[in-house]
Design a protein around this ligand. Structure first.
Ligand SMILES: C[S@@+](CC[C@H](N)C(=O)[O-])C[C@H]1O[C@@H](n2cnc3c(N)ncnc32)[C@H](O)[C@@H]1O
Ligand code: SF4
Ligand code: SF4
Length: 316
């Protein structure tokens, strides 16, 4: 038996974490008390790609990085203190800081998701929860967004990982696709192409940082059809391959998060997000610790990590 890629024995071992999780959920539902459930850390401020849709480049400034020892302090003072259940490592490209990745996995065994562009060889970590690998279309479109040869590099690294790390290695590979106006017609092809080489796939939509962003897929008939196609695919792949719940997908057809750049229904409090210096990002994981920077447009938001919570009744 597996729930969200977690086996029965693992769930038993994690009982203390579930205790805090249920306590947080109960306190929210009964007392409206808000305490972060998930964490996200930009462990690096460098990236080897310059993808056309990427929010990270928009507000990137300094080149500084924290040491492993400094990250250890942040883990203790922020993530552990708040009994954070699952941590997502982001960046920049987080696989370029294997020292920090190792630290997080050691501190949170089976509770770290490593979001990566997959262009570097994927190291085998016995205690990783999973690799979230960004695939943004079929080869031609993915490369248009992510740069020449990006697709071939990621594909090779995924195939090598599956081949070299035992019969269960494919379970560590989860695919994430950010849907935009360039790639929305490839959603079915991406699911088809990766189904045999990955455990799960998750979809989210591009969030713009300015009105008139040509990559944003506007609300309306075309976007609704994309969502309906994903819902149909959920039935086609009856093995829970598509991870988005239908309640979340329905929300993604329209504005679910906020007004202008202000979150309203979006449960920003539920994910404790820190930047590459360990500073808390506002209003959410794609925001910034610096208030004088470009802000995501909440009313056009397509992010998966927050809308999934709204779909489950957790709001701002
Ligand atoms: C910033 S990247 C960092 C991790 C890694 N470099 C990667 O590409 O997966 C994290 C995720 O955010 C997604 N992303 C980037 N810009 C976005 C935007 N404006 N709206 C929604 N998702 C975005 C990327 O496609 C990727 O899946
Ligand atoms: S690889 Fe990730 S962090 Fe780097 S530019 Fe692309 S989306 Fe952004
Ligand atoms: S996830 Fe960020 S951009 Fe989207 S609605 Fe929430 S705060 Fe706004």
């Amino acid at each position: 038996m597996e729930i969200m890629g977690r086996g029965f024995r693992q769930i038993i071992q994690e009982t203390p974490s579930y205790f805090h999780l249920f306590l947080k959920y109960g306190s929210y539902k009964l007392l409206n008390k808000r305490s972060p459930i998930y964490g996200s850390a930009d462990i690096i401020n460098v990236c080897n790609l310059h993808c056309s849709h990427c929010y990270w480049w928009l507000n990137r400034k300094e080149n500084e990085e924290l040491t492993v020892e400094q990250w250890k302090q942040i883990i203790e003072n922020k993530f552990k203190k708040n009994h954070i259940f699952i941590i997502t490592l982001v960046g920049g490209e987080p696989t370029m800081r294997p020292d920090v990745v190792e630290l997080f996995i050691k501190e949170f065994p089976k509770r770290v998701c490593l979001v990566t562009n997959g262009t570097f060889p994927l190291k085998k970590y016995d205690d990783i929860y999973f690799y979230w690998i960004s695939i943004d279309g079929t080869e031609e479109i993915h490369n248009k967004i992510r740069g020449k040869d990006a697709y071939a590099m990621s594909r090779k690294n995924i195939m090598d990982y599956i081949e070299n790390n035992g019969e269960k290695a494919w379970k560590d590979i989860w695919i994430t696709m950010t849907i935009n106006s360039l790639n929305y017609k490839t959603v079915k092809d991406v699911a088809e192409e990766w189904h045999d080489y990955s455990n799960k796939i998750g979809f989210q939509f591009h969030t713009p940082f300015g009105k008139g962003d040509p990559l944003w897929l506007p609300f309306g008939a075309e976007r609704t059809k994309v969502v309906d196609d994903i819902i149909s695919m959920k039935k086609q792949y009856d093995d829970d391959y598509i991870i988005n719940p239908t309640s979340q997908l329905e929300l993604m057809k329209k504005n679910w998060g906020g007004k202008g750049t202000t979150p309203v229904d979006c449960p920003t409090w539920a994910i404790l997000s820190v930047d590459h210096m360990g500073r808390e990002k506002k209003p959410c994981c794609i925001g910034s610790a610096d208030k004088d920077t470009m802000k995501p447009i909440c009313e056009d938001c397509g992010l998966g990590c927050y809308s999934v919570l709204v779909g489950y009744g957790i709001k701002g």
